[in-house]
Design a protein around this ligand. Sequence first.
Ligand SMILES: [Zn+2]
Length: 546
Amino acid sequence: MKIVFSLLFAMFANLATAQSNKSNNTKPKLVIGIVIDQMRWDNVNRYRSFFKSKNGFLKLADEGASCNYNLIPYVHTVTACGHAAIYTGSVPAIHGIVGNSWFNNLTGKTEYCVEDKSVSSIGSGNQLSGKMSPKNLWTSTIGDELKLSNNFQSKVIGISLKDRGAILPAGHAANAAYWYDGETGNMISSTYYQQNLPKWATNFNNLHKVDSFYKQGWTLSLPKQVYEKNCDTDDNAYETGFYEEKVKVNFPFDLTKLIGKDYKRLFAIPQGNNLITDFAKEAIQNEQLGADSITDLLTLSFSTPDYIGHNFGPYSWESLDGYVKLDEVLADFFAYLDKKIGKDNYTLFLTADHAIAPIPGFAKKNKLPADYYVSADISKDLTNLLAANNLTKELISNVYESTIYFNHKLMDSLNISDAFLTQLISKFLESKPNVLQVVNNRNAALAPLPQLIREMLLNGYTPQRSGDLTVLLKSGVIDGYPTGASHGVFYNYDSHIPLYFYGKGIKKGNVNSMNYMTDIAPTISTLLGIQMPSGSIGKPILEVLK
Ligand SMILES: [Zn+2]
């Protein structure tokens, strides 16, 4: 009897091991999420013939699954909302990240999306840049669910130049998030994750790579004629340009004078991308990401395309050159992954947090509708409107990213109704040539707009952190600067973003049905056989899964 029992036990044990091996074999050892900050869907098509190899973007586009109609389902189409939506599968109405910053209606204070006064910086002399954590994010992420699925054995690490591009993707239960400190030129983190920077990260900082990047400067990767033929002119007054000692808008950029003085400029030059993959390789090596059968998650965000796009616009020499250089960085990183993790051991997706509109000056030059109507001007116009109606300007507590926040306390004490103020402001602003219409956010479901746009407004609204009115600007009109490009609205130039899946478990091919940014997390959850993040409203894109 005892022998039979032992035999049975052994059989079951073998079966269990075999099954766990089988299930492990179907899962990648490492999932890598890549977010290109401000990448437009059409960039790969526009720049395809200029890439130096087929091993970067084109490896994903041609050998992976390419979702060609992937849209952002909410406003505002900005960095923090994008990173949160990709990794939670949710929208600002549910995950709470309604902007890069917002005015908190309960406290009456402006808050930054990842600020956290209760934690401290590690790895830098600059205390402020490390006081960051994901505490303002209300729902779980892919990384959180991955960790919950196996008693927190998976490792999850987020890396980006921008703090929000590292912290929000990595999620609440992450082992670490690392971002770049423009004051010191170091990769830093906060005590939310760990008490000290790991030795490998300190060693990396000791190399102070930013100095050698500045020494290289920024010169063209391709012959000058390529840019002349395929881009806008290089030297334009409507570009914000690059600040050295004075504004400079054309090639080449000599950056040697920044060494020892200004480390913030790394955000806005292509070498910022090299810093990210150099640091990521150290993280993979030293934290042993993808080294065993328990799936790990590495989230990378490349922030420099956003700064380059804001400064020079999406049709500039700098944009083309930035993408050609980023393509080389990606090709090198993908080759590293093949070698280090193994070709069939990882799954990767690449998408964007938002895209970008043309610079209004460039658009106007080419007879396209465009203009600026910045929040600061809306604010001034409203002050005048209120004064003309014998009302105090204090009735408006904030105007931010075309969103107007009412001062409800004051309105109550003066007996001014929401409907009255909404009507007064809407009538006034809707007479302006750049305004499409003004929507009261609580009543967005009733706005006379296509259902798709109404849904984007509703998906972006939460009472604690959102404004009362959204000023919808006409196509091409941006809430930006006196020069340069911007993003944040519902139009396709901001909301149509690339999405590629590649690697283990992914079926090659084009997906031409409409998908949303919120479908990424459920797709990865399905691939990994884990629960969807708590607030996810997306659906898995089954066409990309084997
Ligand atoms: Zn931006």
